[in-house]
Every structure is written in structure tokens, then in C-alpha cells.
Design a protein around this ligand. Structure first.
Ligand SMILES: [Zn+2]
Length: 152
């Protein structure tokens, strides 16, 4: 995958993240999905499982990384996520030295871009309207569940 490929919303790895978010929404869960890719090939995807598994740590990014299993190195990977990563997921990205994060949108939640960039992580924001609409609707319909997920 070239750099420019990854900057479109129609990248297959980003689509995997988006579809994972849709799946979560369909299950009554929080619609945030993520995918880990290497060389344009999806290793694994996952979605937020707070509601489904009663697991507060299972954000989309964490679920995708768990699904990917052990990796010798993350230096050649890109993490795709439908929403800007929170502090917990940002910490995990830094810990595993994932060099690049492609984010669907950062309008409904600002995330920790400054922290990511300060640690040398490249952040690409797609500003995907589907992701904005999905989160906005979810936040309006489930304000308490959303507040719980971001600990507010
Ligand atoms: Zn998170």
C-alpha cells in the first residue's frame, strides 16, 4: 500500500474498521471499530466490546490488537480506527511502537493526537462522514453509555 492509498476512506483496512464498528452497532454496542494492517493487508479487526462483553478496556483498538495476537514487531504496521484514539489506546499504540494511525474522524471525540505526535506517531485523519454520522447518532441516543466509555 502506498501512502496515498491509505489516505482515502475506501482503503480496505479502513473499511474493515468501519465494518467492525457497524457490526458492534448492530449488536447494541458502541460503534467504534479498528483494524491492524501490515503492507495493506489486514491482520485483524475488532470493535468496542464494552456492552457485549462488559469489558471496559475493550475499546475498538484494543480488541483489534487482541485479535491480531502476538506480533514480533509493530514497526511496519498501521492501526486504523473509526474514531480518534483515547488516552488508553494512545498509550497502547506508543507502547507497541505502532508508527502510524489512520483515524476515521475526530469531530465527535478529539482523542490524544498531541500525545501521539509528540511520540513520533504519524496521524492521518480521513474525516469520514459515515463515521461522524454514526458516532453523532449514537452519542445522541446513548449519552450515558458514551459518557461511560470515555469516563466522563
Ligand atoms: Zn480507546
Amino acid at each position: 500500500m502506498t501512502q496515498s492509498d491509505a489516505q482515502t476512506s475506501h482503503d480496505s483496512a479502513f473499511e474493515a474498521a468501519y465494518q467492525a464498528a457497524r457490526k458492534s452497532l448492530g449488536e447494541g454496542g458502541i460503534p467504534i471499530g479498528a483494524a491492524l494492517a501490515r503492507g495493506g493487508v489486514v491482520i485483524a479487526s475488532g470493535h468496542n466490546e464494552r456492552v457485549q462483553n462488559g469489558d471496559p478496556i475493550a475499546h475498538g483498538e484494543m480488541s483489534a490488537l487482541r485479535a491480531a495476537g502476538r506480533q514480533k514487531s509493530y514497526r511496519d504496521t498501521t492501526l486504523y480506527t473509526t474514531l480518534a484514539p483515547c488516552a488508553m489506546c494512545t498509550g497502547t499504540i506508543i507502547q507497541f511502537k505502532i508508527p502510524r494511525v489512520v483515524v476515521g474522524e475526530a469531530r465527535t471525540f478529539g482523542g490524544e493526537f498531541e500525545l501521539l505526535r509528540s511520540r513520533g506517531v504519524e496521524v492521518v485523519v480521513l474525516d469520514d462522514q459515515r463515521c461522524v454520522d454514526m458516532m453523532r447518532t449514537f452519542q445522541e441516543e446513548n449519552p450515558e453509555l458514551w459518557a461511560e466509555d470515555i469516563a466522563e
